[in-house]
Design a binder for this molecule. Structure first.
Ligand SMILES: Nc1nc2c(ncn2[C@@H]2O[C@H](COP(=O)(O)OP(=O)(O)OP(=O)(O)O)[C@@H](O)[C@H]2O)c(=O)[nH]1
Ligand SMILES: [Mg+2]
Length: 355
């Protein structure tokens, strides 16, 4: 899973990135240069911790999320959104939109004053515009294709023109494409396009030290909103773990930034975790909510999908209480499920397969 951290200049993107990675990328203005820092982050999971304590495997492998800190968005940054920047954005599965709430005389807001709702609208408008330009270019190409003829079937071209025209008017009305409904045929046509407003987005309000989160009415549906004291948490994240805990307690931060951002990421993408248990490794995997056992097996290894016979499934806390897979099997607690079984969050799955 690959998510992009976006936001207007000087909103605190790199600061938040450092919270996630316990890193210390320099937080300085780059004069509008486009750059991306990427980091793979382990998804903290207390369930995996407990399973690993019980089974004492050689390795414990956490699920992973890749975050990219993408500077250069925001018309004020002077970077044109095209080429490489657009490519990077199009590859992301979703965005964490960092919105500046903190006041700082040393770091003046590029637009003069702090106004989170204005900034949310500005970023949304920018993404909408990028999509609108892409859709209009596509319409021009389709129109050419229709006039020249010869290649694809006319009905297919007409079908796509109607689809992109519908998207064009949606975007022109300032509605993001994620709020538009598509048939599965249309989804197929669009699958190759990394349209930005189709991707889910979480708004992360970046607060100053001790600042209370402002009440923000996010303008669109399908959006997770959370807040974080970015600079404070970045400083805490760079401390040794036990010291960090003292500061978190002192500032009354119940859910550290990393966990909060990961939770938002899972929520916005509708993800769940399942686990596999072995002597060598205890491991967490991430799939979309509503994934079938067969496809989940495929995320582990293509052989498990090809040779899939049955899945043995048990909720993690039941296995923890029973103490071992053997015990769960004797007690008949290991359910046998077929390939269409829909996995739930926190289930352990052992795949029986033959190839
Ligand atoms: N007081 C205060 N300053 C902050 C906070 N978050 C970020 N800053 C400061 O704001 C400046 C910009 O932060 P960055 O994290 O570099 O912001 P950015 O969005 O990555 O900026 P660009 O990459 O230049 O667009 C830095 O000097 C940070 O120290 C905060 O919560 N409080
Ligand atoms: Mg930055």
């Amino acid at each position: 899973m690959h998510l992009g951290i976006i936001g207007l200049p000087q909103s605190g993107k790199t600061t938040i990135f450092n919270v996630l990675t316990r890193g210390d990328q320099p937080v300085v203005t780059r004069g509008g240069r486009f750059e991306v820092h990427t980091a793979v982050v382990d998804v903290p999971d207390y369930r995996l911790d407990q399973l690993s304590e019980l089974f004492k495997p050689q390795k414990t492998i956490f699920a992973k999320v890749t975050y990219g800190d993408i500077a250069g968005l925001g018309s004020a940054s002077g970077v044109e959104i095209s080429g490489e920047l657009l490519n990077q954005l199009a590859q992301m599965e979703g965005f964490i939109h960092v919105v500046r709430c903190f006041e700082s005389p040393e770091v003046p807001h590029p637009s003069g004053a702090v106004d989170p709702l204005r900034d949310i609208h500005a970023m949304d408008a920018e993404l909408l515009l990028i999509d609108l330009i892409a859709v209009e270019r596509k319409l021009e190409r389709l129109d050419d294709e229709r006039r020249k003829g010869g290649g694809r079937e006319k009905t297919q071209i007409e079908y796509e023109i109607a689809l992109f025209q519908r998207m064009q008017s949606f975007l022109a009305a300032e509605e993001p494409l994620r709020d538009m409904e598509f048939s599965s045929d249309e989804e197929r046509v669009l699958s190759g396009y990394g349209l930005l407003t189709r991707k889910p987005v979480s708004v992360l309000l970046n607060l100053g030290d001790g600042q209370a989160a402002p009440e923000i009415e996010y303008p669109h549906s399908h959006c997770v909103v959370a807040s974080i004291q970015g600079k404070l948490e970045m400083e805490i994240a760079q401390l040794p773990i036990d010291e960090a805990q003292i500061f978190l307690d002192e500032y009354g931060i119940v859910e550290p930034g990393l966990e909060k951002v990961i939770r938002c990421s899972y929520e916005m993408l509708n993800l769940v975790s399942f686990f596999t248990i072995g002597d060598d490794e205890v491991r967490a995997w991430t799939v979309k909510y509503g994934t079938k056992a067969l496809d989940a097996a495929g995320t582990i290894h293509s052989d498990l999908q090809k040779g899939f016979i049955r899945a043995e499934v048990i909720p993690w806390e039941e296995l923890l209480a029973l103490g071992s897979l053997a015990e769960a099997r004797t007690k008949g607690k290991l359910r046998l499920e077929g390939k269409d079984y829909l996995l739930n969050d926190g289930e352990i799955m052992q795949v029986r397969f033959a190839i």
